[in-house]
Design a protein around this ligand. Structure first.
Ligand code: NDP
Length: 332
């Protein structure tokens, strides 16, 4: 089987040379294990953090480790009473063409609940991230203004739509005209700002005449600096990600935020979706219901072929994706 390993720790923006393509025997499953042919691989910005040798909420990859992320595949051989050949399963598996997994580490997918790929996106990890960050920390009320950065990505596009479901105004910040059009014309955002071509401070002021009640932050950096002066009293800021800083070799410095939090009695709270795992079932069911009722829409950027996995990962940092970035490496 083919595998992708971490060859060295990236310095700054990762490159192809940081990864190694290797081959290994497919192997046979032991007691309680299944052999899975991997079909869809999720590539995610947070994996960049796991490539650094630092303590975090999830242990770092070791050099030479096979990279792992969310994967959907099909059981081709089973030594588990819980799974049979042909089952479609999801788990945290390797960037490899086949994986052997213990029955306790994977879950069967119901292909009738929603399209299969959505289990890695809008009803999966990224949808859950949007759901908990926005509803548990952001707590948007009808008529309030929700600003989301990284708005056309997997998490951001879901945040804006849930804000709309809750009756709030949704304003997105994203990196291209096409993305901004997608947000307003397809997803129903009230306004979208292209941070690459517009003066974000000025555009935000125009798009948020009543100020900002919730700022769902996916990117950090200068984009967030532009949002803070517009916070209303008792604003909530779920800090989901800081992708603008992930490839920086020096700590990111900018205007201090304390003054804005103090002046407005605002709450800024970081979170990790994994801390909500006891509620995944309930939230996943709600997301699937909204999806099936047509209240949530989603986009996916799917590249084809095992050899495109690293490019697909690197493209996240170039903003090439709209919605969830996946790689399809075989067929069901
Ligand atoms: P996305 O689908 O949003 O893909 C990443 C997007 O980030 C790109 O499309 C790009 O869009 C934007 N981007 C890349 N570089 C920069 C930059 N320097 N400045 C501003 N925007 C940039 O990925 P996800 O939806 O999977 O993740 C979004 C964020 O949420 C990430 O920060 C991720 O780490 C975080 N996250 C956090 C979780 C948690 O539990 N806290 C769980 C999952 C994700 P554009 O064209 O607009 O630049």
């Amino acid at each position: 089987k083919k595998q992708i390993r971490l060859a060295r720790r990236p310095v700054g923006t990762p490159t192809m040379e940081d990864f190694a393509f290797t081959e290994a025997p497919i192997g046979t499953p032991g007691e309680g294990e299944v052999l899975i042919r991997n079909v869809y691989i999720s590539v995610d910005p947070y994996l960049r953090g796991r490539m650094e040798d630092v303590k975090s909420y999830i242990p770092p990859f070791q050099l030479n480790d096979v990279i792992v992320s969310g994967v959907i595949g099909q059981v081709v051989a089973s030594q588990s009473a819980q799974f049979k050949k042909g089952d479609i399963v999801i788990g945290t598996l390797g960037w490899e063409t086949y994986s052997i997994a213990h029955e306790k580490t994977i879950r069967k997918l119901d292909p009738d609940l929603a399209p299969i790929t959505t289990h890695l996106g809008i009803i999966g990890m990224t949808g859950l991230t949007a759901y908990f960050g926005l509803l548990d920390i952001g707590k948007p009320k009808a008529g309030e203004t929700v600003v989301v950065s990284g708005a056309a990505g997997a998490v951001g596009s879901t945040v804006g739509q849930i804000a709309k479901i809750k009756g709030a105004r949704a304003v997105g910040i994203a990196g291209s005209e096409e993305k901004c059009r997608y947000l307003t014309e397809t997803l129903g955002f009230d306004a979208a700002i292209n941070y690459k071509t517009e003066n974000v401070r000025k555009a935000l002021k125009e798009a948020c005449p009543d100020g900002v009640d919730v700022y769902f932050d996916n990117v950090g950096g200068e984009i967030s600096d532009a949002v803070f002066p517009l916070l209303n009293d008792f604003a909530r800021i779920p800090v989901c990600g800081a992708i603008s800083a992930y490839n920086k070799t020096e700590p990111d410095v900018g205007p201090r935020v304390q003054q804005y939090l103090i002046k407005t009695s605002s709450l800024m709270q970081g979170f990790t979706v994994g801390h909500y795992s006891s509620r995944f079932k309930e939230a996943g069911a709600q997301l699937a219901a909204w999806l099936n009722e047509g209240k949530l829409k989603y986009e996916e950027t799917i590249t084809e072929g095992f050899d495109s996995i690293i490019d697909a990962f690197l493209d996240l940092f170039k903003g090439k994706n709209i919605g969830k970035q996946l790689v399809k490496i075989s067929e069901f």
